[in-house]
Design a protein around this ligand. Structure first.
Ligand SMILES: [Zn+2]
Ligand SMILES: [Zn+2]
Length: 441
């Protein structure tokens, strides 16, 4: 793990300053502020986004999207590698001046959701998913992410001659998770060398969210999105007639105690100033009202926002479930398979890039609350310092509470937000390379 804890004995401002220096950055150095996008580029970004929206592809099946991305990068003279983690595209833009490497990431996959927006470019695509016929929709806005990064690639390629270093473009498949039996996403891209040759010194990305209005850009230093793990518990008792419970061991009663005890761990056994969550989404056991079954299965999710909490939280969950079962003469087995790490915004990098975010967003820049959803950008940010920001896409005439959330069949993107996304990624890349170049020996 790469998360460098900041020495708590240091004054926070000084600790942040040292964290900035540790990244080899010259604080305050910045390139030009990226101006408003030319109208022709705005139109192209919107056209790309609508094309992806109308032709969405599920995780690990993003072949059409990837082909469009690859053709665009090649037309800009950017070196590309295709087929990375199945359908991913990695581009490398080599600047005219020597310098560091920075990575920008966009995800390309859609979801098995049947669109209900009524937009003229709404998706009518249908496919078979997990054995059922479903609609396919860009209900998480990855169509916007892909179009935004294509626009940023264009702006950066135009500045190639004066660019001090390299920009790596990570067009990633399967952010929403690979289909059953397949691997994919950021982790597989890393395994297949997406962060090698050249090795980026930092990675930036963004997500469109309706919690913020178009024109707003939100950031958070440290844990920004949750680490997420599936929780599987099997409680074994002994089957008996429900009228004679003492003749067996009741796994339903034990499972109930486990549910209540585990969801109370974040508030009672963990430092409650740092959020964590245990939720159950499924309990199965038994077939009839008057038979106590042998076994109950519980499925849930664990979320945490501070990487250092993870091990203690998992241990307490496992120990509590096992001990409760033991106390009732039942047996609990607990499994917490590998999940998503915390999407951790490096505090030094966040501090160093704040002026860049302010330069493009102005008064629209807001410090956001962490989000308890997970994001597989986290895998990139676990390898190298990362910063992941949220781009507001709610139309100004929609109240915050009325906006359909990500993954809803009514999720919509106010396209007037797209240019700010393009400028944000471009500015972050330019300023990061400028800061590294200023600090170079
Ligand atoms: Zn999503
Ligand atoms: Zn998403």
């Amino acid at each position: 793990m790469r998360h460098r804890p900041v020495n708590p004995l240091l004054h926070p401002a000084r600790a942040t300053f040292l964290a900035v220096l540790a990244l080899g950055l010259a604080p305050g150095a910045s390139a030009e502020t990226v101006p408003a996008l030319p109208e022709a580029l705005v139109e192209r970004v919107v056209e790309w986004r609508r094309d992806f929206h109308q032709n969405p592809e599920l995780s690990n099946r993003e072949t059409r999207t990837a082909a469009r991305v690859a053709a665009h990068l090649e037309s800009l003279g950017i070196e590309i590698r295709t087929g990375v983690a199945h359908t991913g595209v990695v581009g490398v833009l080599r600047g005219g001046l020597p310098g560091a490497t920075v990575a920008l990431r966009a995800d390309m996959d859609a979801l098995p959701v049947t669109e209900e927006t009524g937009l003229p470019f709404a998706s009518k695509v249908r496919t078979t998913y997990a054995g059922r016929e479903v609609g396919v929709m860009h209900a998480c806005g990855h169509d916007a992410h892909t179009a935004i990064l294509m626009g940023a690639a264009e702006l950066l390629a135009e500045r190639r001659a004066t660019l001090p270093g390299q920009v790596v473009f990570l067009f990633q498949p399967a952010e929403e998770g690979a289909p059953a039996g397949e691997r994919g996403g950021a982790r597989l891209m890393i395994e297949e060398g997406a962060l090698e040759d050249p090795r980026p010194a930092a990675v930036f990305g963004l997500h469109v969210v309706p919690q913020y209005a178009a024109g707003e850009l939100a950031y958070r230093s440290g844990g920004a999105m949750a680490g997420s793990n599936r929780l599987e518990i099997t409680v074994r008792g002994r089957q008996t007639h429900a009228a004679y419970p003492w003749m067996g061991v009741d796994p339903i009663a034990v499972a109930s105690r486990i549910v209540l005890a585990l969801q109370a761990i974040p508030g009672r056994r963990m430092d409650a100033r740092l959020p964590s969550i245990v939720s159950f989404g499924s309990i199965h056991g038994g077939v009839r009202h008057n038979i106590i079954p042998d076994e109950v299965e519980l499925l849930g999710t664990i979320r945490h926002l501070e990487p250092s909490m993870r091990d203690e939280l998992f241990e307490r969950i496992e120990r509590t479930a096992i001990k409760i079962a033991e106390s009732q003469e039942a047996l609990a087995s607990v499994s917490i398979p590998d999940g998503y790490p915390v999407t951790y915004n490096d505090p030094g990098l966040t501090a160093a890039m704040l002026p860049s975010l302010r330069a493009v967003a102005g008064d629209g820049l807001v410090e956001g609350l962490p989000r308890t959803g997970a994001e597989d950008f986290a895998f990139f940010a676990r390898e190298i310092p990362g910063l992941y920001v949220w781009l507001g896409i709610r139309s100004p005439d929609v109240a915050e509470g009325d906006a359909a959330p990500n993954h809803s069949p009514r999720f919509v993107v106010d396209e007037s937000a797209l240019p700010l996304g393009v400028r944000t990624l471009t500015q972050l890349a330019l300023d990061f390379l400028a800061q590294r170049a200023m600090n170079a020996p």
